[in-house]
Design a protein around this ligand. Structure first.
Ligand SMILES: *[C@@H]1O[C@H](CO)[C@@H](O)[C@H](O)[C@H]1NC(C)=O
Ligand SMILES: *[C@@H]1O[C@H](CO)[C@@H](O)[C@H](O)[C@H]1NC(C)=O
Ligand SMILES: *[C@@H]1O[C@H](CO)[C@@H](O)[C@H](O)[C@H]1NC(C)=O
Ligand SMILES: *[C@@H]1O[C@H](CO)[C@@H](O)[C@H](O)[C@H]1NC(C)=O
Ligand SMILES: *[C@@H]1O[C@H](CO)[C@@H](O)[C@H](O)[C@H]1NC(C)=O
Ligand SMILES: *[C@@H]1O[C@H](CO)[C@@H](O)[C@H](O)[C@H]1NC(C)=O
Length: 350
């Protein structure tokens, strides 16, 4: 891990902010230019302020949409908020809140009425919203997502096929809210056998799959201009995108590092599912969904800001990270209380 190398990589990304690379790369506050305060991010989106964000993009085939000349690039962003002192009887209790946003080009209005296509987001956690995948060995500012590796290629393609075939059990005329929640609960009850990592996590039926409509009358709407007027941060690329808060949840975690770190650094798999409503030749209103597209992303926040990049140029940040993530050092501080915010990952201070 050469701090200087990492700096020049981000410098490259800064020059071409649209270049979400392949390789499951997650972008951070550096690329979306979050304001910083006291060395950590201070990214306020409408009424909520995040100390870190992570984002990635997916490309949806233009065949799904009725009126697009090119494939449509969407972004998924997770923002990290936290609530300390939530219980007067337990001074160590903290909620880590993870908030998920979809970025859509202004030409794509998912909330328009009578769209010729439908869409859902599906996501998976353990009970209590805990993250399924967490790695002690990943430095908090490292960019690639790791949950693809945890799942494995066979499982990822089995999940894609499963989600497509579950979608195919529904009629295009049904409400998206019903379709999305039905697919989620069927998937939860019947995970593909090649998904050993998920089946192990699910040994006590503790996996939760949830479905959220992205289109239809119950779909969330993008931030209005009025809502966005209190923002100082807009974590999507390009910035001309509309940004929709799609779902959010709290993870109950103590202020001890053994609970805060997995809640912050764990990854959430999210599937974006879209289908056309007008694919059948006779334009039958009651047709089954056919040939939907499914794309998975793995999301977690990346602890990088323009301020931390400067610190790391001196080698400061890397030393702090290895203090925690070195294989032997980790356990000795596992019961240590940590703060989220001004010094989220500055375990070197302990
Ligand atoms: C913040 O905004 C979200 C989305 O618009 C809304 O659901 C929530 O109630 C708001 N929270 C507060 C405290 O205003
Ligand atoms: C997208 O954002 C633009 C600019 O704020 C706004 O005019 C437009 O109505 C938004 N689209 C939707 C679907 O909300
Ligand atoms: C499942 O539940 C049993 C009994 O409550 C417990 O001993 C075991 O550790 C649990 N397994 C997992 C993976 O959580
Ligand atoms: C929302 O507000 C942020 C911060 O002021 C700004 O950078 C962004 O361009 C705005 N986006 C839209 C679509 O209004
Ligand atoms: C998370 O917990 C805080 C503090 O209790 C609360 O204000 C917020 O609405 C919760 N967020 C969600 C998504 O439930
Ligand atoms: C985390 O560490 C604290 C303090 O050592 C301990 O009380 C708590 O049970 C641990 N939590 C988990 C999930 O292991």
């Amino acid at each position: 891990m050469q701090p200087t190398l990492r700096l020049s990589l981000s410098a490259l990304l800064l020059l071409s902010p649209l270049s979400f690379s392949t390789a499951n790369e997650l972008l951070s506050c550096v690329e979306v230019d979050c304001p910083t305060q006291g060395g950590s991010a201070d990214c306020r989106v409408a009424n909520q302020t995040f100390t870190a964000v992570g984002l990635t993009s997916i490309s949806i085939s233009k065949e799904i949409f009725e009126d697009q000349n090119d494939d449509v690039e969407l972004t998924w962003t997770v923002g990290l908020d936290h609530h300390d002192n939530v219980d007067p009887d337990d001074r160590y209790l903290r909620y880590i809140e993870r908030v998920y946003y979809l970025g859509t080009p202004p030409t794509v209005d998912l909330t328009a009425e009578n769209l010729e296509y439908g869409g859902c987001a599906l996501y998976m956690t353990k009970e209590g919203n805990k993250n399924i995948f967490h790695s002690n060995n990943v430095s908090p500012d490292s960019s690639p997502a790791f949950c693809h590796q945890n799942l494995g290629d066979d499982c990822i393609s089995a999940l894609d096929s499963k989600i497509s075939s579950l979608a195919g059990e529904h009629r295009t005329s049904a409400s998206e809210a019903d379709i999305c929640s039905s697919i989620a609960s069927s998937l939860q009850e019947n995970l593909p056998s090649s998904c050993t990592a998920l089946l192990t996590s699910n040994s006590n039926n503790s996996l939760l799959v949830r479905g959220v409509p992205l289109t239809g009358s119950q779909a969330p709407s993008p931030l209005s201009e009025a809502q966005n007027s209190s923002s100082n941060c807009y974590p999507t690329l390009p910035k001309s995108n509309n940004l929709t808060r799609v779902f959010a949840y709290n993870i109950s975690a103590s202020q001890f590092i053994n609970e805060t770190a997995p809640a912050i650094q764990g990854e959430t798999p999210i599937w974006s599912l879209f289908w056309s409503k007008s694919q059948s030749e006779d334009d039958n209103d009651d047709a089954q969904i056919e040939d939907p597209t499914v794309q998975m992303v793995c999301l977690r926040t990346i602890d990088r800001t323009t301020a931390s990049e400067e610190t790391r140029a001196d080698g400061g940040g890397a030393a702090a990270a290895s203090f925690l993530y070195g294989s032997s050092g980790a356990l000795s501080v596992w019961g240590t209380v940590v703060s989220v915010g001004t010094a989220m990952f500055s375990f070197g201070m302990l």
